[in-house]
Design a binder for this molecule. Structure first.
Ligand code: C2E
Ligand code: CA
Ligand code: CA
Length: 699
């Protein structure tokens, strides 16, 4: 009830008014009582004085009791008189008088409230007037003081009339008191309101601010200094809150923007703007759940750009990035509306074909992408060509498992790559076993090195006179667990699984071990070629390891040649250049393997440090058959000569090919026509036969 300041103040004020007025009333009544008693005594004094003088004649000689009684009856008009008694000079009662007041106060009993006995006692009191209990009395001497005729006692009721008069007084002042109290309260309320109003205004202001949330407004300053100080403080507080709110809003907006950016970064590829791996995997999860419920079989296209790495290496990453953007923009037009194109990373893309697409439609889309990308992109001043290899998998292929689905499409894409690129392949379960085989092969390499399962075979390289001038070391693996595995199969797997370095170390060491015997059999000038892989070039320790091995096995580096494919060389152009520079400084030779299969640009040949070009078997196979290949081979030979490079043709199988190559100036040849790769032991024997018979080892 007293929660509000206003009611507390009002309540307190009313209580105070009540207490004060009650006290005033109480003390007024006390004063009134004493005044009333004084006046009653005076009145009784005058009355009894008069009566005493009037009684003198009645008591002079003989007491005239009748007259006395008549005199006393005059008192009847004074209703407050309780008792009057006239006594003779011997204090004997002559005549009593009992007034109505005496009876009234003893209502209910016959006994008068003021008895004769009490009156008798009064005779012992001194003359005069006084107060006795609820009564006032007067004791008067009748006649002269020295010759008294008798005595008069008059007792008057004080409490009855007092009460009556008091009640009358109260009745008459009550309305005034009430009106005054009401007036006081009203005035008080008005004052209180005018004092409280600024506070209440502040409260309304606070409620308004709360409702509107607008902290930029300020309260009007009014009221006494405490309240106006409070208002100023509140306005300052509001200002601070408003500033903080503004700061907060700016901060929140910034955070929201950052969050959006982060979400975008998390879900979209920064380069192409396509959904990224995370986004597409989430989309695939949702699509697979829906498709399973709806008994649909959506499909997934995994595509990878063929030759993208070469573009990056040849033209730089900037051009590579622009190519990716162009590819992304193009492919958007080859897919259906509603299908999702995303970039998994690098040059790998995924297309999710929603719904329940027919295999013919899926194939048509894949074909459209392949055909669409099979063109020359104009990027800055360059003309860039690539192609796409695609793998297709249906949700059912992966049993509706998201990551398995991507893997299936990836495996199918891998098959497209290994079968010649720029094509699409539908997933089949055999790919899983092929992949498993790859995994098994990768896992078997290190144990195989420990178990000496690898061997080096050597294939002759001959000059135009068919004199053996060197060998190419080619690795062979007879796995205890997996059987014979071709290097064409396990070398790429070793490269992908990071195990090629171990193999290369082994090959170099084995070649160093075998070299003395080859030198003994074929002369001190022959050269043994060791194949290096692209991954080897990343190994900064390789040149140190090779030098160490040369020292240990006392190898003359002039007897060693390294073969590296042109794509491997160019992929690691700088590291390859510095590695081969060191090897050449030692005295080793460098050959560019499989020349003509990779890069169409020949300009780089002037920038790399090599000694020999190995013309790829692909050209050799076709010389004499296709004019075009013959022309290319001639051109390669011509150009290499101009650059001062030695030429070696590989895969020579027929005499016709050998004749063509020799006639066009190719320096060396290698192929089944001159000898298959053979174990060192059989080579030793063959050399003797070569020398004895001077014949060529044929297939
Ligand atoms: P490559 O370096 O181009 O080796 C030549 C391949 O052609 C060898 O296959 C060889 O046996 C084969 N060959 C040679 N003459 C003829 C011929 O007249 N007709 C036919 N049909 N084939 C011929 P191989 O030994 O199976 O090696 C395949 C590839 O494996 C090699 O190609 C090379 O890239 C890689 N490789 C082999 N040994 C090693 C090695 O020790 N280290 C590395 N890094 N790679 C190796
Ligand atoms: Ca080779
Ligand atoms: Ca080759």
């Amino acid at each position: 009830m007293f929660n509000s300041l206003r009611t507390s103040i009002t309540g307190t004020a009313v209580l105070a008014i009540f207490i004060v007025s009650t006290c005033v009333l109480y003390f007024s009544i006390l004063a009134y009582k004493s005044l009333y008693a004084d006046s009653a005594i005076k009145h009784l004094d005058a009355l009894s004085e008069n009566l005493a003088s009037d009684l003198i004649p009645n008591l002079v000689d003989e007491s005239d009791l009748f007259a006395v009684s008549s005199q006393l009856l005059r008192l009847e008009q004074y209703t407050e008189i309780k008792f009057a008694g006239v006594y003779d000079k011997e204090y004997q009662l002559l005549q009593p008088y009992f007034g109505d007041a005496n009876k009234a106060s003893s209502a209910g009993s016959d006994e008068p409230s003021f008895s004769l006995e009490r009156a008798q006692q009064l005779l012992n009191f001194p003359f005069g007037t006084g107060k006795l209990g609820d009564n006032v009395y007067a004791i008067k001497q009748i006649g002269d003081k020295r010759l008294p005729l008798g005595y008069l006692i008059v007792v008057s009721d004080l409490s009855g009339p007092l009460k009556q008069s008091q009640n009358q007084l109260l009745l008459s002042i009550f309305p005034f008191a009430l009106i005054i109290s009401i007036l006081v309260i009203v005035v008080l309320l008005i004052i209180q309101n005018s004092l409280l109003e600024p506070l209440l205004a502040l409260r309304r202001f606070a409620q308004e601010v709360k409702a509107s949330g607008d902290y930029s407004q300020s309260a009007r300053i009014s009221g006494k200094s405490e309240v106006s100080d409070l208002t100023v403080s509140i306005n300052e507080l509001m200002g601070t809150i408003s500033d903080e709110l503004k700061k907060n809003r700016r901060q929140t907006k910034l955070l929201e923007q950052q969050q959006m950016q982060m979400e975008h970064l998390a879900n979209f590829d920064a380069l192409t703007g396509l959904p990224n791996r995370q986004f597409i995997i989430e989309t695939i999860k949702i699509e697979l759940k829906k498709a399973k419920r709806e008994n649909r079989n959506p499909s997934l296209l995994f595509f990878d750009l063929d030759g993208f790495k070469a573009v990056n290496d040849t033209f730089g990453h900037d051009i590579g990035d622009k190519l990716l953007i162009a590819v992304a923009n193009d492919v958007k037009h080859y897919i259906r509306e509603g299908d999702t194109l995303s970039r998994l990373g690098g040059d790998e893309f995924l297309v999710l074909l929603h719904g329940d697409p027919e295999p013919v439609i899926v194939s048509a889309i894949a074909q459209r992408i392949i055909a669409g990308l099979d063109k020359t992109f104009d990027i800055e001043q360059w003309k860039v060509s690539i192609s796409a290899s695609i793998g297709i998998a249906y949700a059912s292929d992966a049993n509706y498992q998201p990551l398995d689905w991507v893997s299936c499409a990836d495996l199918a894409m891998y098959r497209s790559k290994s079968e010649g690129k720029s094509q699409f392949t539908h997933f089949n379960a055999d790919m899983v076993s092929a992949n498993l085989k790859r995994i098994n092969v990768a896992n078997a390499i290190v144990p195989a090195l420990k178990n000496n399962e690898f061997q080096l075979h050597y294939q002759k390289k001959v000059d135009v006179n068919q004199q053996v001038m060197g060998f190419e070391a080619l690795i062979r693996w007879q796995s205890e667990e997996l059987g014979a595995i071709s290097p064409a199969e396990f070398v790429p797997i070793a490269e992908q699984s990071g195990k090629i370095q171990a193999i290369t170390q082994w090959v170099v060491q084995q070649a160093c071990r075998d070299l003395p015997q080859l030198l003994r059999n074929y002369g001190q000038d022959i050269r043994v070629a060791i194949n290096l892989s692209a991954i080897d070039l990343k190994d900064s320790k390789l040149s140190d390891d090779i030098s160490r091995m040369f020292r240990i096995y006392r190898i003359n580096p002039k007897n060693i040649e390294f073969e590296i494919t042109e794509s491997a060389y160019l992929t690691h152009f700088d590291t390859a250049n510095s590695f081969f520079k060191q090897m050449r400084e030692l005295g080793c030779k460098i050959a560019l393997d499989d020349f003509g299969t990779g890069y169409s640009s020949l300009g780089y040949l002037t920038q790399i440090k090599i000694d020999t070009l190995k013309i790829d078997k692909k050209f050799v196979d076709e010389v004499g058959i296709y004019k075009r290949s013959s022309v290319i081979t001639k051109t390669i030979i011509e150009m290499a000569k101009q650059l001062g490079l030695t030429l070696c043709a590989e895969g020579v199988e027929t005499q016709q090919q050998a004749d063509f190559l020799r006639d066009n100036g190719c320096h060396y040849m290698q192929g089944y026509l001159f000898g298959k790769p053979e174990r060192l032991a059989s080579l030793g024997a063959a050399s003797k036969a070569d020398k004895l018979e001077g014949t060529i080892t044929d297939q």
